[in-house]
Design a binder for this molecule. Structure first.
Ligand code: NDP
Length: 289
């Protein structure tokens, strides 16, 4: 029995994962749809498989890191029968329900399926500030822990295969809305001739300081105590956001990113909660519309 790890997908992320395994001395088989991308890993000692079916002939775990859910199905479906009894660790970004669907598909074919979500860019793989979230069978997580810890911190979120993805996606919402907010602000000052670089130098420490507010918001939400002392009221926030919209429009800046935040605040005020804390928009957001 070998302990080789198979890597399917050698894009920026798949290559980084395989490289970390090779650097740790783990025998690895690598495959990529476009063959040229495997060459560098081959020079570092990986066994390069010309086809996906040749890559999975060994008995080690199979790490999948492809573009999206559809590409995972395109690569794995033809070999479902051959994968029976094997462990597939899918680190491709999928939605929670796509991960659950893959787990169901795997179970139907006798495959052990662990889903993963990578909280890092490729350059961070192997560094302590990288994290990878996992969910699915705990035994599969524990058995492969040594491999996982080569990539960064390994966090396990339970048997529901969708939970790693859900955690990942919930965190990415914060990232993308922050990026959009930053770009909105850069457009505002940019209209007055200020460079985005100068703006970023001031915005970065401010946003970092503001993350200190998150724990307080979380405590309010968890306690469902939006009337507690010291909270910024919805009415106060409405006035602030209305000014931001006006100032943006005065600069000729599109308010498509900002406006929905004001709308959510206004809906809570219209529902009679204007004097309560702004964290109450959590109640508005968790309603299905
Ligand atoms: P790349 O675009 O660099 O690589 C995509 C990979 O998917 C390539 O190996 C590509 O093969 C392969 N691929 C795409 N479609 C198919 C298909 N139909 N059949 C077979 N292979 C296919 O992406 P990354 O490596 O950066 O990302 C991989 C996954 O990791 C994604 O799900 C991404 O969301 C996730 N991730 C990436 C992060 C990052 O910062 N890069 C951060 C966190 C997660 P080919 O070379 O032939 O095109």
């Amino acid at each position: 029995m070998t302990t080789r790890t198979t890597f399917l997908g050698l894009g920026a992320m798949g290559s980084a994962l395989a490289a970390a395994a090779l650097d740790a001395g783990r025998p690895s088989v690598v495959w990529n749809r476009t063959p040229g991308r495997a060459r560098a890993l081959g020079e570092r000692g990986a066994t390069v498989a010309e086809t996906a079916d040749k890559a999975i002939t060994d008995d080690g775990v199979i790490v999948v890191c492809l573009f999206d859910h559809q590409s995972v199905r395109a690569v794995l479906d033809p070999f479902a029968a051959d994968l029976a009894g094997r462990t597939v660790i899918n680190l491709t970004t999928t939605t929670p329900n796509q991960a659950r669907g893959l787990a169901t598909w795997a179970a139907e074919h006798g495959i052990t399926y662990l889903d993963g979500a990578i909280m890092a860019v490729p350059e961070m793989i192997g560094h302590p500030d990288a994290a990878v979230f996992y969910s699915g069978p705990e035994a599969a997580f524990e058995e492969n822990r040594e491999l996982f810890d080569l990539w960064g911190r390994s966090d396990y979120f339970g048997a529901d295969p969708g939970m790693a993805s859900l955690r990942d996606m919930a965190m990415l919402v914060g990232m993308y809305t922050m990026f959009a907010g930053f770009l909105h602000g850069a457009a505002m000052v940019g209209a007055a001739g200020v460079s985005a670089a100068e703006f970023a130098r001031r915005q970065t420490p401010f946003l970092a300081a503001m993350t200190g507010q998150l724990a307080g918001l979380a405590a309010t939400v968890d306690a469902e105590d939006y009337g507690g002392a010291g909270q910024q009221s919805l009415e106060f926030t409405e006035a602030a956001l209305a000014s931001l919209v006006t100032a943006s429009l005065d600069q000729g800046v599109n308010v498509e990113v900002l406006r929905p935040v004001l709308d959510v605040v206004r809906r809570q005020i219209a529902a009679g909660y204007g004097g309560q804390g702004t964290a109450r928009i959590f109640e508005e957001l968790r309603k299905s519309r």
